[in-house]
Design a protein around this ligand. Structure first.
Ligand code: PRP
Length: 190
């Protein structure tokens, strides 16, 4: 597969390789939408987006890059969570991932009021918008720089190869071959 067309992406969104493969780029959170609808046969997207969106697609392969983890974090010092639950019956959580946050607190038998923000989530507990945050952590630098600490892990995330369900049947041979080549590359890089 010739990927030279991806070398200079600029503002373009669609790239055609010489062999007929068409690549598209989009925001990570939109990747499952394109694949689910069959506008793309395959997609590459983080597990974080899959957990949040729960799209009706096949997850074919862990591509083992873009590693990070989804965590619940609060200000350092005493964890404010038990106190909030005891006092208010609910903990207020800011996040870009309301589905993941709600699932975590529901699964652990605690009521959460989820405040959806679109970025710089770490600000929320510093100014009293929330008791804690659910967010991705990679190096931990952003948490440390803002005096926050991890309290509870949710899950590990990395890039995943996903497929449209119909495409997976109709183009099984091509998709299986590509998946096998990617799996071999992942193995070789491990
Ligand atoms: C992500 C995430 C954290 C940060 C974690 O934010 O939401 O803020 O990276 O990385 P670290 O542990 O290596 O510091 P992103 O850079 O996507 O920006 P955003 O908060 O504006 O969405």
């Amino acid at each position: 597969m010739d990927v030279a067309c991806l070398e200079d992406v600029g503002r373009k969104l669609v790239f055609e390789a010489g062999d007929g493969t068409v690549f598209i780029t989009t925001r990570p959170s939109d990747v499952p939408t394109y694949v689910e609808a069959g506008a793309a046969d395959l997609g590459i997207v983080g597990r974080d987006v899959i957990e949040e969106r729960r799209p009706d697609v096949y997850e074919l392969l862990d591509l083992a890059f873009g590693g990070c983890r989804m965590v619940y974090a609060t200000k350092s010092g005493t964890d404010p969570t038990p106190g909030a639950i005891a006092r208010l019956g609910v903990v207020r959580v800011a996040t870009k991932y309301p589905g993941c946050a709600m699932a975590h607190f529901t699964a652990t038998g605690r009521q959460a009021e989820v405040v959806k923000v679109n970025g710089s989530v770490e600000l929320a507990p510093l100014v009293g918008l929330a008791h804690g945050i659910v967010d991705l952590v990679a190096t931990g630098n952003t948490l440390r720089a803002n005096g926050l600490v991890e309290r509870e892990p949710l899950f590990e995330s990395s890039a995943r190869l996903i497929a449209n369900r119909a495409s997976h049947k109709l183009r099984a041979e091509e998709i299986d071959a590509l998946t096998a080549r990617l799996a071999a590359a992942v193995e070789a890089a491990a």
